[in-house]
Design a protein around this ligand. Structure first.
Ligand SMILES: Nc1ncnc2c1ncn2[C@@H]1O[C@H](COP(=O)(O)OP(=O)(O)OP(=O)(O)O)[C@@H](O)[C@H]1O
Ligand SMILES: [Mg+2]
Length: 280
């Protein structure tokens, strides 16, 4: 029996409590210390592409448990900011800390993911031929290289975790369905569920409502609201109705820097924001 068959068997059988060889060996999440400050701290971050400053002395802090929305015109640097946080792009200068002690500019992408920062890209990367349940099982925080070669079973705690996430992303009824058969919105939620399986502290979501129906968008909003507090979320979006549904604190980026921040009402009333983004 290969690893996938083992998951299949486990997902069909509730009374097996086999050991979790290979799954238990996770690197402990870094000692994320947020007792005296924010969960994310960016200061004076500059990123240049051929002399053009995609980020220009960007300074931003995010508190633990926040649901923080980032808006701004095309090219403002929103995605580049996420690239810096996740280690995809190295800043030319500036400081980026995760908690008090983790210097993001010294870590590579896998190390940053391991430290507890999860990122959702626009295009879902679920395994279409596997079931929803199997996708979640595969996403579980573990050393995939060792995992892949080992025979293992999900233990009770791991199955409980999958069930919890299935309920959270409202896919419990679809658990046995092939991921490829899901609607666009459901695939997006599955991918968020896969991120959550890795127990991130901070989740970055770049235009999560893109391509969704109005109903799917509203459901996503409910999901994000239910995640806030327990997780910290940074959401980049252009859909203002969606932002209104979920927004707590909103930051407006423009030309690589913070133009304004506050509640949505505050930033929407800001003349400079109206000028560069919202239009008159
Ligand atoms: N790898 C790259 N090489 C050169 N220029 C880049 C690169 N990545 C981003 N840029 C430029 O940096 C600027 C900021 O891009 P970014 O993708 O961060 O904007 P954004 O705020 O996410 O915009 P959008 O709302 O359209 O997604 C843009 O002018 C973009 O063309
Ligand atoms: Mg972008």
């Amino acid at each position: 029996m290969n690893a996938l068959d083992a998951i299949r068997q486990d997902s069909d059988t509730d009374n097996i409590s086999g050991d979790a060889t290979g799954i238990g060996h996770v690197i402990e999440p870094g000692v994320l210390d947020t007792t005296h400050g924010p969960i994310l701290y960016l200061e004076d971050i500059t990123v240049s592409f051929d002399g053009f400053k995609a980020l220009n002395a960007l300074t931003l802090t995010i508190d633990r448990g926040e649901l923080h929305c980032i808006i701004g015109p095309n090219g403002a640097g929103k995605t580049t900011m996420m690239d810096v946080i996740t280690g995809k792009t190295r800043p030319d200068s500036g400081t980026a800390f995760f908690g008090q002690t983790i210097d993001l500019t010294r870590l590579n992408e896998p190390q940053i993911a391991q430290a507890g920062i999860g990122r959702k890209f626009q295009k879902p990367t679920v395994f279409e031929e596997l079931t929803v349940y199997e996708n979640l099982a595969l996403a579980m925080k573990t050393d995939k290289s060792i995992w892949a070669s080992l025979f293992f079973r999900l233990n009770g705690e791991q199955r409980a975790r999958i069930d919890e996430i299935l309920a959270l992303i409202r896919l419990a009824d679809e658990a046995r369905r092939q991921a490829g058969m899901l609607a666009h919105g459901q695939k997006q939620w599955l991918e968020i569920g896969m991120l959550l399986m890795q127990e991130p502290q901070l989740l970055l979501l770049d235009e999560p409502a893109a391509g969704m129906t109005d109903e799917e968008t509203a459901r996503s909003g409910e999901l994000f609201l239910s995640l806030a507090g327990r997780y910290t979320l940074i959401v980049v979006e252009h859909d203002m109705e969606f932002i209104r549904q979920i927004s707590r604190r909103v930051t407006v980026l423009h030309e690589g820097s913070v133009l304004a921040s506050g509640t949505l009402d505050q930033v929407q009333a800001d003349e400079r924001v109206i000028e560069v983004y919202l239009g008159r």
